[in-house]
Ligand binder design. Structure first.
Ligand SMILES: NC(=O)c1ccc[n+]([C@@H]2O[C@H](COP(=O)([O-])OP(=O)(O)OC[C@H]3O[C@@H](n4cnc5c(N)ncnc54)[C@H](O)[C@@H]3O)[C@@H](O)[C@H]2O)c1
Ligand SMILES: O=C(O)CC[C@@H](O)C(=O)O
Length: 416
């Protein structure tokens, strides 16, 4: 259905999970003043209530946007994941409603790589246990199980943005780097790709996981895979909690098969800083546990705030969907003096000809038309030089298979 025109100040933006102030500033500078900025995520019931009148939502990794939440989100125009991962959002449910989802695919990669590198050295030296002991008044002065990084083999599983950066940093410290990826990739520096996960596990002194949450990566490191790792080796997981069977890791550490671990992400994570963190890894020596802060540096968060808010503002002001993770990507020019229609529909034959028929019947001349489709939906943007008018808009919203119609009036005004 086409809806009535909205002033920018009435467009409601909900930002959850302590998204950086840079995002708020960006929205304000672009004229969006109706912003609710919360420090935590919301449980499902509260989110369902709140999202009913929200046009844009920003979240990080804790907030679950599932089918039930989308069903209540009648006014939602777009979603911004102020992070890399988008597994917390049901992308199909968003697509089915014509809602694009954006993220920040690179802004925190350096932060994660630096943390993993630091943890590698700490674990090779047994620092977590020695430090904890010193805090209790102990004095574990010993070289037992303490090693230099130089000449050790770092095995990276998932050689994408983070894995590749880690590879470069680790080589500069003297690590030999091998990696396993489902895609054949050129190694940075002297890093070498190996043919199988099994080979990597058998060769590496430290295994670091950097794969996305996918059906194929779920629980990919369990008892069987840990048994293939070198005795006394180290496992690091700063990817997603669903990648490692945490009980199997705890058993291997307790049995002394592995010498240490660093884990930043967990199958179940507290919803906020006041909820207790429960894990079988708690209390184990030479294990670094961090509260999903691989990407939590001020530098990364500020950049993410700017990047994702810009994507949302650009979509709102001009319809551009470039880099959306679920939506047909369209790069659009500015539209001074033109009225811009955004029409989102099921990708089935005949919709475009129906839209063009309505335009022609209403004597509307097309100045520019941009169409992009994926296997599920079509996204067409049509610039014209006169007001669409309620009759044409109504007819366009009644075209079979229409999901959404929005009009961006000349340059900056908005209908949503
Ligand atoms: N701890 C944190 O705070 C934090 C911060 C940022 C990202 N992450 C997570 O880190 C992970 C990696 O991020 P990225 O930006 O490097 O992703 P990316 O998409 O750039 O790289 C992922 C790589 O994994 C590979 N891959 C996919 N399935 C695989 C499989 N079954 N086996 C081996 N390789 C496989 C892909 O081909 C790709 O090269 C993601 O899960 C992301 O959510 C965590
Ligand atoms: O900031 C977060 O909550 C998530 C960080 C990280 O896991 C990501 O996917 O970018």
């Amino acid at each position: 259905m086409a809806k009535t025109s909205l002033d920018k100040s009435k467009i409601k933006i909900l930002l959850l999970e302590g998204i950086h102030q840079s995002a708020v500033d960006n929205f304000l500078n672009a004229g969006y003043t109706n912003i609710e900025h919360l420090p935590t995520s919301l449980d499902e019931a509260t989110l369902i209530e709140k999202i009913r009148d929200v046009h844009f939502i920003g979240l990080r990794s804790r907030t679950q946007l599932n089918e039930r939440v989308f069903a209540a989100a009648e006014k939602l125009v777009a979603v911004g994941c102020f992070c890399i991962g988008t597994n917390q959002v049901d992308l199909d449910a968003a697509l089915a409603r014509g809602i694009p989802v954006f993220n920040a695919p690179y802004s925190n990669t350096r932060s994660v790589a630096e943390l993993v590198l630091a943890e590698s050295i700490m674990l090779l030296r047994g620092i977590p246990e020695k430090s904890a002991s010193a805090h209790q008044g102990g004095w574990m002065k010993s070289a037992k199980n303490a090693h230099e990084a130089r000449g050790k083999t770092l095995g990276i599983v998932g050689y994408g943005s983070i894995g590749a950066q880690l590879s470069v940093l680790a080589e500069s410290l003297g690590f030999d780097v091998i990696y396993y990826d489902v895609v054949t990739k050129l190694g940075m520096g002297n890093a070498r790709q190996v043919g199988s996960l099994e080979e990597l596990l058998a060769r590496a002194d430290i295994v670091s996981l950097h794969v996305p949450d996918l059906p194929s990566t779920r629980w990919m490191i369990g008892e069987e895979q840990i048994a293939l790792m070198k005795p006394g080796s180290i496992l690091i997981n700063a990817s997603r909690g669903s990648v490692v069977v945490i009980e199997a890791l705890a058993e291997a550490l307790e049995a002394g098969r592995l010498n240490g671990a660093a884990v930043d992400v967990f199958p179940v994570e507290p919803k906020g800083n006041n909820e207790e963190f429960v894990s079988p890894l708690r209390g184990l020596p030479n294990v670094i546990l961090t509260p999903h802060i691989g990407g939590s540096t001020l530098e990364a968060q500020e950049n993410i705030g700017i990047e994702v808010s810009e994507k949302l503002v650009t979509y709102s002001d001009n319809g551009t969907t470039i880099t959306s993770v679920n939506f047909p990507e369209v790069a659009l020019p500015a539209h001074p003096g033109k009225h811009r229609l955004l029409h989102i529909h099921d990708n089935v034959p005949g919709v475009m000809s129906e839209i063009n028929r309505v335009l022609s019947e209403n004597d509307i001349n097309i100045l520019g038309q941009y169409l992009q489709t994926n296997e599920r939906i079509g996204y067409v943007v049509i610039d014209v030089n006169k007001d669409y008018g309620p009759k044409a808009l109504e007819a366009l919203s009644r075209v079979d298979h229409t999901k959404r119609v929005r009009v961006l009036y000349s340059e900056s005004s908005y209908e949503g």
